[in-house]
Design a protein around this ligand. Structure first.
Ligand code: ZN
Length: 64
């Protein structure tokens, strides 16, 4: 039986800004509500939803 983890090894977070896959190795305990930084464009992203193969995130407007 496969144990269901919060973040699958194959989960990909595609940066909404630059469309590159964000390196999540720095975020081993990724969870919705967490903020990550795109290692390609430096954009700050708020994790919205974590699914088995895909992670959804919104761009955080740091100007607020
Ligand atoms: Zn990016």
């Amino acid at each position: 039986m496969i144990q269901q983890n919060i973040k699958d090894e194959n989960s990909l977070l595609v940066c909404p800004e630059c469309k590159n896959a964000v390196d999540l190795s720095r975020y081993p305990n990724l969870a919705p509500g967490m903020v990550v930084e795109c290692n390609h464009c430096g954009m700050t992203l708020l994790v919205k939803e974590i699914m088995s193969k895909e992670i959804k995130a919104d761009i955080v407007d740091e100007g607020k």
